[in-house]
Design a protein around this ligand. Structure first.
Ligand code: SAH
Ligand code: SF4
Length: 355
């Protein structure tokens, strides 16, 4: 029988923790920093690559830590070559996915924070598969390292990170924020806070906590409806936190951080895609408009089809009319281009069949 690997994932540590461990091993203080640079600046993946460390220390690291939890099990590239999706297996055989999107000079990663999701939004493939478990901060970080290494080989680097893969980031708050901090660390990957976008289904207490922590990370809130009954039917979380409570928390976020908030709206044919829906949304969002400028922004995306939901994507024409109506009311709106549909890498389509 195979022995279970009980070693800790090295990316789960922050620098002070690593320093503490090295210190307890009687190593000089600078060793932790050397290892940190190796992990996050050189992006070394194997202990053997740390040739700047004495052999004995390398062996000790291998004995105590694993340098990878994510085993790439499948990779798919979209027909235009601009989107690449990787399916990873975790040590407990759960599957997660992370997607790289190339768009002009941006290299955006869409990463997962949980295996599955407990929120049960009916239109979402991840929601349809149910909750597996929270990822650790190291498992979140490792998705980024995987693509950062790949890009580096091509002389490129990660420019943006969206936490919009599998899972609800604010339902795994600690690990998500720890991962962002680690990726943000100037001595590590050094990705500026503003390059991150956390997308939430609308967990009000967690949004409040996020606001109080004054993080410089972008916030996106998945709205999809401004009618409580309708939203509750699509998104069970709305039974706990109503639209009014949610928008109040969003307003507090905007007022305290002075940062623009994004609302996401998946356009579903004849469900939430009419000009009248756009008008009602625009009216609800007027609270974010001050002196003619809006501290909010609506991102619409035509629904991506999923197995267990019969809703259809809106048409291009209706998406444009929806956008025009919002803008007529002073609410900026972009239509997100559908990317990677042919490899099921679009929003909400991740990993459902890999279980
Ligand atoms: N749990 C977070 C982040 C992951 S989902 C959240 O819900 O915000 C990322 C985005 O994809 C959300 O805006 C979500 O509503 C949207 N989404 C889910 N399923 C979708 C689908 N089938 N088509 C289009 N967007 C979808
Ligand atoms: Fe979870 Fe987001 Fe999917 Fe809802 S849309 S089930 S919160 S991943």
């Amino acid at each position: 029988m195979m022995q279970k690997d009980t070693r800790k994932l090295i990316y789960d540590l922050d620098l002070p923790e690593l320093e503490g461990i090295l210190n307890s091993w009687g190593e000089p203080a600078y060793r932790a920093r050397q290892i940190w640079n190796g992990l996050y600046q050189n992006m070394w993946q194997e202990p053997q690559e740390f040739t700047n460390l004495p052999k004995g220390l390398r062996e000790k690291l291998t004995e105590h830590f694993t340098f990878s939890h994510l085993v790439p099990a499948a990779a798919l590239e979209s027909s235009d070559g601009e989107t690449r999706k990787t399916l990873f297996r975790l040590p407990d055989q759960k599957a997660i996915e992370a997607v790289l999107m190339r768009y002009s000079d941006r290299r955006t990663l869409c990463i997962s924070t949980q295996a599955g999701c407990a929120m049960g939004c009916v239109f979402c493939a991840t929601g349809q598969m149910g909750f597996g478990r929270n990822l650790t901060s190291g498992e979140i970080v490792e998705q980024v390292l995987f693509y950062a290494r790949l890009l580096r080989k091509q002389g490129e680097e990660v420019t943006n990170i969206v936490l919009m893969g599998m899972g609800e980031p604010l339902h795994n708050y600690e690990a998500t924020m720890k991962a962002i901090d680690r990726l943000n660390d100037p001595q590590g990957l050094n990705l500026g806070a503003r390059r991150f976008t956390v997308s939430t289904v609308g967990l009000v207490p967690a949004i409040r906590r996020f606001t109080a922590e004054k993080r410089q990370v972008n916030l996106a809130v998945s709205l999809h409806s401004v009618d409580d009954e309708h939203r509750s039917a699509m998104m069970p979380v709305n039974r706990r936190y109503s639209i009014e409570e949610l928008l109040t928390a969003c307003e507090e976020y905007v007022n305290q951080t002075h940062r623009r908030i994004t609302f996401e709206w998946a356009l579903i044919q004849d469900v939430n895609d009419s000009v009248d829906h756009a008008r009602r949304l625009a009216i609800k969002l007027q609270r974010f408009v001050h002196h003619g400028s809006a501290l909010c922004h609506v991102n619409v995306i035509p629904l991506n089809p999923t197995k267990a939901y019969s809703g259809k994507a809106t048409t291009r024409q209706r998406a444009l009319a929806f956008q025009a109506e919002l803008e007529r009311h002073g609410i900026p709106c972009t239509i997100r281009i559908r990317r990677g549909i042919d490899i099921q890498a679009g929003c909400g389509q991740l990993a459902a069949d890999a279980g």
